[in-house]
Design a protein around this ligand. Structure first.
Ligand code: IVH
Length: 668
C-alpha cells in the first residue's frame, strides 16, 4: 500500500471507530459487535505501525493508554475553575431567585442539572481535537492528565461534525459508575488492598494514577456541563449544551430548562428520591441562569458565580435500634465490626446492617446495645451509623466493646502500629482465612479452577479434605464424587482443571498465593523483575523497593510472607506439584543484560516503535525505563516532539540523548 492510500485508510478507520465508540459509550446505542470493533481496531493498529508518520495521539488506538509512568505537569487554567455556593432548602433557593431579580430588569430562565459527584476536569479542544485535559487543582492551576483522560471512552478525542468553534473549553465531571466501583472494590479486597470509601474517591484516585494503561482498565465515565470559549453557537447555556451533544460530548439527558423558581423546586423534589435509580453518584442539583449574556452581567463573587447555585441533597437519615454487633473475619484476617439493626427503610432499600469500620469509630460513637442510632446513606454505598441518641439510653445499657479474640478461632487479635484495623494473626488456622485464601487461589483471575466454588470449598473444608491450596492438588476422584451435588462428571472437570492450572504463568500463581498487598499488577512486576520464586524469596528490602511501583509496605509484606515457615512449605509443595514458579522460558529467551544498570527516559514520538514497545525493550534488556529526568538518568531516548521542559532539563544536567536508531543498535 502506498503512503497516500494508507493515510486515507487510517483516517477512515479512525473516524469510523470514534463513531462506534460514540454510539456505544455516549449514545448507549451500540451499532457494531465487539468482535467487529476489535477487528477494525487491529487493522488500524497494523496500519499505524506500518506508517508511523501518521501517528496521532488522538487516534482511537491510543485509548488503551501508555504504561510508562507519567509525571503530571501543572497547567494554569485559562478561566479559573470556581466552585458553586451551596444551598440546602427551598427557602434558600427562593432567596437566590430574589437576588437575581434585584440584579436584573430582564426576564430569565433557569437550567437545572444533576450535580454529579465525581472529580471535575477541564478539556481543551483545538480545531476539534482534544489538546489538553486538566484537573481542577486549586482552581487556578491543575494537573495535566491528558494521557489518562484519553482512555475514557465516553470522552471524544475528535469532535463530530464541523460547526464547532476552533477553540473551546469543556468542563465536566469524571465518574466511576456504581457497578464498576463495586467490582473494583471487590478486586481490591481480594488483593488485600484498602477498598475506596466511595465512587468519588475512586474516580479522583484513578484520574491521578501514574500509569494510563491502568486507568484504561478502570472504566471511568464522564458527563459535561459547562462550555466556555468565544464564538459559542448560542446565547443559551442549555442550547449550547445541545450543540455540544451533537459534537459528541456526553450531556446528561436529565438537564431541563425551567421558566421560574417553582419549576426548579419541582425538579429538585423529583430528583430527591429518583436519583437513587441513576447509575452514577449525584449529590445535588445545580441551578444556572440560562442566558450567557445575563450570566456575564451578573458576574462572579470571589469564589463562585452569582448566576448559579448548588442545591445539596440531604443524605437520607433514619433512626433505628442497634440490636447487636458482629465481627467478620476476612481472607486477610482483618476483623470488621458490623452493626445489626432493626430493619428500616432508607433511600429505597431495607437496611439491616451498617458498617462500623473499626474500633475507633465504635469508641467515638460511644455505642451501647439497644441504642437508638441514626443511620445515613451518603456517598458511601454501605450505610453507616452517624449518631446516637443517648437521651434514650437505658441506664443499664451495655457498652459495645471491640472483641479481644478472633470470633472464629479464638486467637488473640493484633493491631499493627499506624493501622486502624484489628487482625487475627492465625493465618493458617483460622477457618474464614483458610477458606478465603483457597477461594482467592481458585478465582478466575488467579488459577481459574473450573467447577470449584465457594460452596464446594466449604464442603471440602468441612470434610477435612483441604486446608490450603496445595491440598487441592492431592484430591482424588473418590473423595470428590460422594460430595453433595457432585457427580463423576463434575469431579472429572475439577481434576482436569486443576491439572491444567499447572500451566498458569508464574505471575498469576504469585497473585494466587494471596500475599497481602500483592494484587495482579504487583505480582506481574515482581515476576518480571525477579524471574523466579527463589530470587523473590531471597530479595532484600532494597531490591524489592527498587522495583517500579513497589513501596515499603508491599516489600515488607512480601518478606514477611516468605519468612513464615508455613508459607514457605506451601510454596515448596505447590512447586513439587508442578505449578509455575518461574517466568516462561520464551520470555526469558528474549532477554539480555545489554542495558543493565542503565536508566532511560522515553520522550516524544517514534518512527518504528510505540513508546510501550520501547519501554518493553528496555526492560527486556535489563534496563530501567523511568518517567522523569534526574541526575541518575543515563539517557534520554528521544523521538520527534520532545516536550520543551524535558529538553531543557536534559541540557542542564548534561544527559546524553539517544535516537531510536541508536537505541535499536545498542540492543541488537
Ligand atoms: S457548574 C462556575 N454543573 O460541583 C460553575 N458543576 O461545587 C462551575 N459539579 O467544581 C460548575 N455537577 O465539580 C457545575 N452540573 C454541574 C455539576 C457541577 C457537578 C461539580 C463541579 C464543581 C462543583 C461545584
Amino acid at each position: 500500500m502506498n503512503s497516500d492510500t494508507a493515510k486515507e485508510k487510517i483516517e477512515a478507520l479512525r473516524h469510523e471507530l470514534e463513531e462506534y465508540s460514540y454510539q456505544y459509550y455516549v449514545a448507549s446505542n451500540p451499532t457494531i459487535s465487539d468482535y467487529e470493533f476489535d477487528m477494525k481496531l487491529k487493522e488500524l493498529e497494523k496500519l499505524e505501525a506500518e506508517f508511523p508518520q501518521f501517528f496521532d495521539p488522538n487516534s482511537p488506538s491510543q485509548r488503551v493508554g501508555s504504561d510508562i509512568n507519567q509525571e503530571f505537569v501543572q497547567v494554569k487554567h485559562q478561566y479559573p475553575m470556581l466552585s458553586l455556593s451551596n444551598s440546602y432548602s427551598e427557602d434558600e433557593l427562593s432567596d437566590f431567585d430574589q437576588r437575581i431579580k434585584k440584579l436584573t430588569e430582564e426576564s430569565y430562565e433557569y437550567v437545572c442539572e444533576l450535580k454529579f459527584d465525581g472529580t471535575s476536569v477541564s478539556l481543551i479542544y483545538e480545531d476539534g481535537s482534544l489538546a489538553r485535559a486538566v484537573t481542577r487543582g486549586d482552581g487556578e492551576k491543575g494537573d495535566d492528565v491528558t494521557g489518562n483522560v484519553r482512555t475514557i471512552r465516553s470522552i471524544p478525542l475528535k469532535l463530530k461534525g464541523t460547526d464547532y468553534p476552533g477553540n473551546i473549553e469543556m468542563r465536566g465531571e469524571i465518574l466511576l459508575p456504581f457497578a464498576v466501583f463495586t467490582n473494583l472494590n471487590q478486586a481490591r479486597e481480594e488483593a488485600g488492598e484498602m477498598p475506596f470509601a466511595n465512587p468519588r474517591n475512586a474516580a479522583s484516585g484513578t484520574l491521578k494514577m501514574q500509569n494510563a494503561s491502568e486507568v484504561a482498565k478502570r472504566k471511568l465515565d464522564a458527563y459535561f456541563y459547562y462550555l466556555l470559549g468565544e464564538n459559542l453557537p448560542d446565547d443559551g447555556h442549555f442550547e449550547s449544551l445541545q450543540h455540544a451533544k451533537k459534537w459528541g460530548f456526553k450531556i446528561s439527558e436529565h438537564t431541563r430548562k425551567c421558566a421560574n423558581i417553582n419549576e426548579v423546586i419541582d425538579f429538585i423534589r423529583y430528583w430527591d428520591t429518583e436519583r437513587f435509580n441513576l447509575p452514577v453518584a449525584t449529590d445535588g442539583i445545580v441551578i444556572k441562569v440560562n442566558s450567557r449574556r445575563l450570566q456575564n452581567n451578573l458576574g462572579f463573587t470571589a469564589k463562585s458565580p452569582r448566576w448559579a447555585i448548588a442545591y445539596k441533597f440531604k443524605a437520607e437519615q433514619v433512626s433505628t435500634t442497634l440490636e447487636s454487633v458482629s465481627f467478620q473475619v476476612g481472607r486477610t484476617g482483618a476483623v470488621t465490626p458490623v452493626a445489626n439493626l432493626t430493619p428500616v427503610l432508607l433511600a429505597g432499600t431495607i437496611v439491616k446492617r451498617a458498617s462500623l469500620h473499626n474500633a475507633d469509630i465504635i469508641a467515638k460513637l460511644d455505642l451501647h446495645l439497644e441504642d437508638s442510632v441514626y443511620v445515613e446513606k451518603g456517598g458511601e454505598i454501605i450505610p453507616k451509623i452517624v449518631d446516637v441518641n443517648d437521651s434514650l439510653r437505658k441506664p443499664d445499657a451495655q457498652q459495645v466493646e471491640f472483641i479481644k479474640n478472633c470470633p472464629e478461632c479464638n486467637t488473640e487479635l493484633i493491631r499493627r502500629e499506624g493501622e486502624a484495623a484489628h487482625y487475627c494473626p492465625n493465618e493458617t488456622g483460622c477457618p474464614p482465612q483458610i477458606k478465603g485464601k483457597i477461594e482467592h487461589f481458585i478465582s478466575r483471575r488467579a488459577m481459574d479452577i473450573d467447577g470449584l466454588g465457594q460452596e464446594t470449598i466449604e464442603l471440602l473444608y468441612q470434610q477435612d479434605l483441604i486446608h490450603n491450596a496445595a491440598d487441592l492438588y492431592e484430591l482424588k476422584a473418590e473423595q470428590l464424587i460422594p460430595l453433595e451435588r457432585m457427580g463423576e462428571k463434575s469431579a472429572e472437570r475439577i481434576l482436569k482443571s486443576l491439572d491444567e492450572s499447572k500451566k498458569v504463568p508464574f505471575e498469576r500463581v504469585l497473585f494466587a498465593l494471596g500475599i497481602r498487598f500483592v494484587g495482579e499488577t504487583v505480582a506481574k512486576k515482581l515476576a518480571q523483575k525477579l524471574i523466579n520464586i527463589e530470587q523473590l524469596k531471597a530479595a532484600s528490602l532494597e531490591q524489592l523497593i527498587d522495583i517500579d511501583e513497589i513501596g515499603g509496605r508491599i516489600a515488607e509484606s512480601v518478606m514477611a510472607y516468605f519468612q513464615d515457615e508455613k508459607n514457605a512449605t506451601l510454596v515448596e509443595r505447590l512447586k513439587a506439584q508442578g505449578l509455575q514458579f518461574e517466568l516462561d522460558q520464551s520470555i526469558l529467551n528474549e532477554r539480555s543484560q545489554k542495558l543493565e544498570g542503565l536508566s532511560i527516559v522515553i520522550s516524544g514520538t517514534f518512527e518504528k516503535h510505540s513508546r510501550d514497545e520501547l519501554k518493553a525493550m528496555i526492560e527486556k534488556n535489563g534496563g530501567k525505563s523511568v518517567g522523569s529526568i534526574s541526575k541518575k538518568t543515563s539517557y534520554l531516548l528521544g523521538g520527534s516532539n520532545i516536550g520543551p521542559s524535558k529538553l531543557e532539563k536534559v541540557e542542564k544536567l548534561g544527559i546524553p540523548m539517544l535516537s531510536e536508531e541508536e537505541f535499536l543498535k545498542m540492543i541488537e
